[in-house]
Write a protein that binds this ligand. Structure first.
Ligand code: NAP
Length: 514
């Protein structure tokens, strides 16, 4: 296999790239409203309770209709995964890796369709959508290679008179629960890692983005994944989430989402159900309240660009988004002038129009929640720009900046998950680091500085899983920036890194006397 390389993200400056996505958006709109049955082991179900995929830039448009799985159906999916486990775990790592490589190839072929789906269903701009697709492809390619590495002979210390060997075996049946904000990349990454290591999976996608997840289910089938290894179980987390997490035949849960839901899953998974014979493993990647520090000697133009991109890219709906800006008082005025100017220049509108940088937030509840933080911002700080809903169909909010925010205020502490940036002024670099670490989260962070001592200090002290110097705090690349956070940001699983597949495996030692 050739060495892994990241798939470059398209910038849409070529006519054929633009026409391809335009055609795919047109086709998706023409076919809107198609209904997908629930499929469990070849059996199809059409339920009375439906899950509608809506477009956040035009919620009157139903993109597709899915079924809300019942607990009984969820139970069937888990039983099927349990039955399929024996044959799937006996399949060689080569065969499993080949399926991922074929899936990557199919996704590349369906790239425009995937981008169009992400634009319409998740409200991503074209470049963000292409980055989501590229990351999904990267996960497939990277984990395929990693599975082969894990399958190789593992080094042990030799001993006279014995032949020890250590190898990795799968855990068992896994439940994969992704969020809506990277509905292809994260969903694909978690699912493919679980599958390529020989586990069987029940995948419950986020309710806001079932159509994007459907794409992976189809791709995996076309790539030759045997029936029962992956069941795509659409349904409400609130209704079937507890059931699948608590099920005694489930061996592990791989979750990415909010801290509230993640902690609940962790608690429920820790209880031993009757008949359960293992301790469940929980891989949980959760929220962030990510900070960017601007030192007094920073390149302010580069910093301003990075701040605007990381605070408002995908409407601030990234776990890695810059939501706290911590600025040395000596450069506060010139920096904020650049940041505010850059923010005011952002184009907001329906993402079908590829010239819009910002699209809608995901749904009505998200818009209401974000706007309640904007109201709070007026009490806790001083509005520099934005602060309004945009009066067009869909869930649009202006990119918003509040300054004079106190480090302990709610705006500086709580994950807003929208286009709202809280700015804090500090006297020196020590104070900047103290403010940055004053959070329960620990996901990403960025420091703009030319001072080597300060960068070294940040390297030691800034307590985040992914720390970036003189660049934005978003945009982790598979294999380059393994991703995962500390404290309430999660279990630091480092998705896209060399340790990741180990989380889906257990090691067996066999030693023979000779
Ligand atoms: P969420 O509300 O926690 O939902 C995540 C997933 O959990 C969804 O599939 C949801 O299903 C499901 N769920 C809800 N209740 C459940 C329950 N009781 N049991 C089992 N599953 C349940 O999060 P979100 O709004 O989708 O995503 C945004 C959050 O994800 C933010 O906090 C963000 O920071 C975090 N995130 C973290 C990372 C990371 O790598 N650290 C990456 C991306 C996002 P329904 O949709 O059906 O409710």
């Amino acid at each position: 296999m050739i060495p892994f390389k990241n798939l470059p993200v398209r910038q849409f400056n070529r006519d054929d790239d633009i026409q391809g996505v335009e055609a795919a958006i047109g086709s998706l709109k023409r076919n809107a409203g198609r209904e997908y049955p629930l499929v469990i082991g070849g059996q199809t179900y059409t339920n009375t309770r439906k899950l509608n995929s809506l477009s956040p830039s035009d919620p009157s448009r139903t993109l597709a209709i899915f079924q809300k799985a019942t607990r009984e159906q969820a139970g069937e999916a888990i039983n099927l995964a349990s039955e399929t486990l024996e044959s799937w775990k006996a399949t060689s790592a080569d065969e499993r890796a080949d399926i991922l490589i074929r899936a990557a190839e199919i996704l590349r072929r369906r790239r425009d369709e995937a981008v169009a789906t992400l634009v319409l269903e998740a409200g991503k701009n074209w470049i963000e959508a292409d980055a989501d697709l590229a990351e999904a492809v990267d996960f497939l390619e990277f984990y395929a290679r990693e599975a082969l590495r894990y399958a190789r002979k593992q080094p042990l210390v030799p001993i006279e008179g014995e032949e020890p060997e250590l190898f990795y075996i799968p855990l068992g049946v896994g439940v994969v629960i992704p969020p809506w904000n990277f509905p292809l990349a994260i969903l694909t990454g978690m699912t493919s890692a679980a599958i390529v290591t020989g586990n069987t999976v029940v995948l419950k996608p986020a309710s806001d983005t079932p159509l994007t997840g459907q794409l992976l289910a189809e791709v995996m089938t076309e790539a030759g994944l045997p029936e029962g290894v992956l069941t795509y179980l659409t349904g409400s987390g609130g209704e079937i989430g507890d059931f699948i997490v608590e099920h005694p035949r489930v061996r592990f849960i791989c979750f990415t989402g909010s801290v509230e839901v993640g902690l609940g899953i962790n608690e429920r998974a820790a209880r031993t159900a009757p008949g359960q014979i293992w301790i469940k493993r929980v891989i949980a990647e959760m929220g962030g309240k990510d900070a960017t520090i601007i030192d007094d000697d920073a390149d302010l133009d580069a910093a301003a660009k990075g701040i605007v991109a990381s605070a408002f890219g995908y409407q601030g709906q990234k776990c890695s988004a810059c939501s706290r800006l911590i600025v040395h008082e000596r450069v506060y005025e010139p920096l904020m002038e650049l940041v505010v100017a850059g923010t005011k220049a952002l184009k907001v509108g329906p993402p079908e129009d590829r010239t819009n940088f910002m699209g809608p937030v995901i749904n009505q509840a998200a818009q209401d929640k974000i706007m309640s933080y904007v109201e709070l911002g007026h009490d806790e700080g001083c509005l520099l720009t934005g602060g309004n809903r945009i009066d067009i169909p869909g869930y649009f909010i202006e990119p918003t900046i509040f300054t004079d925010i106190k480090p302990d205020s709610r705006l500086a502490q709580e994950e807003i998950f929208g286009p709202v940036l809280a700015v804090m002024k500090v006297r020196d670099f020590d104070e900047a680091l103290a403010v940055a670490n004053n959070t329960v989260y620990g996901l990403t962070g960025a420091v703009y500085s030319r001072n080597e001592d300060h960068l070294n200090q940040a390297r030691e002290v800034f307590h985040v899983g992914n720390l970036y110097f003189n660049r934005e705090c978003t945009g982790a690349l598979v294999g380059v920036h393994p991703f995962g956070g500390f404290n309430m940001s999660g279990t630091d699983s480092k998705a896209g890194g060399r340790d990741y597949l180990g989380l889906f495996l257990q090691a067996k030692l066999v030693s023979r006397k000779v």
